[in-house]
Design a protein around this ligand. Sequence first.
Ligand SMILES: *Cc1c(COP(=O)(O)O)cnc(C)c1O
Length: 465
Amino acid sequence: MNRLNNEIDTQSEMTSMYDEFNIEVPENAFPRHGLSARAASALVASDEWTDTNPMLNMSSFVTTFAEPEAVETGRRNMFKNYIDHDMYPQLFAMERRMVRWLHELWNGPKDVEPYGAATIGSSEACMLAGLAHKWNWRRNREKSGKDASHPNMVTGGNVQIVWKKFLRYFDVEPRIVPLKPGNYRLTAEHLDQYVDENTIAVVAIAGQTFTGEDDDIQAIHDWLDAYEKKTGVSIPMHIDGASGGFVNPFLYPDYEWDFRLPRVQSINASGHKFGLTPPGLGWVVFRERKVFNEELIFYVNYLGGEMPTATLNFSRNAAPVAVQYYQFLRLGFDGYKRVMTHTLANAVALREALVQSGYFRIMNETQRIPVVAVTLDPRITRFNEFDVSNKVREKGWVLSAYSMPADAEEVRSLRVVVRPHINHNVAMNLARDIIAACRYLEEHGGTATAPKLHAQPHKLSPAKC
Ligand SMILES: *Cc1c(COP(=O)(O)O)cnc(C)c1O
């Protein structure tokens, strides 16, 4: 075996790819000598062989399919640094245009200046929105001579990990309303115990990662209206529409989850989820420019003319921005509506097949995005959700099983994100394989006879997305 650290004569006529590629990759030292492009590429590919085929990753929300023209658009842009607006003013113009389109899609008021940004993903978008609300809250508190040292934010226990990061990284007290078995979304029910004058915002989710449901956005909004009447304290809402932002407008045009609700001051969405671009692209859009505190904007002239910057990242790949623009033009409202309609229909067909098998019960009665979350019928004791997940892995499917967040940890769930490339045929193949796995496990037993797991390593898996 050749070692990458040993010289091999790659010029020799006798050296083939078999020799070059059969090397031991150093774990802890930088490779000493290079390889031919073919060998390097084959070596990288061989490391990838046992990784999941992204098409079969049913746990992920992230886009894995695009038309060749979208891929070509991405390729053309992959060596452009998006932040260099002086060099690529037209890319910047596309981003500005898309922010205005999203502001309109999400029913922003017409008589204002929309503001927003393309980000690396929803995580960066959420952080920017959280910062804007923290700054606005502090400014208001200071203006009225009140203490501004104890900001808090209210969310449900179903939030994606980004919000816990935001709260810790930016020193905002978490006020997380726990879930309970049977209710996995934030409602207005216990807000009185969590909201106060130091609440910078209430975050409600449109299309949560665990069950695909929306938080009770309207009820939360109404509760905050009543709270303001009672106390004079006005608290804004942020909608985490990482998934729902590209589903609700097309499937549920009459459903008011967005800027139609006056308290909704900011919305984020992931372009790389149902926005149908490859990773990484997110969006944050504010109700109007003044919500994004001017103090958060820097003006720099490193790259030529003076340019505003207000994202957490500076350099970023331009390709996802260009691909998003391609997708918006290519599909238009009608196209997204058709794609989301068939995707939801496939999710419903998959869910029905699973429920009809008798093994499963659905968890997400109020589901809006195409996510199927099921739990095994409580009468099934010979195997559990983790066994099903492991068994279907034999067929190549990656399906996450996990325990729900506090206080519903005893509930285990199996979740499938039905993405647009999962056509009806594939959804039915998956249903068949899941049901066959259950039959096998019923006969042979799984690990469920072992003590009930509160399997720590699985706990956060859905939040990875
Ligand atoms: C995926 C997701 C995020 C994080 O988004 P990224 O685009 O992965 O950074 C945040 N919130 C929700 C509800 C999500 O589904």
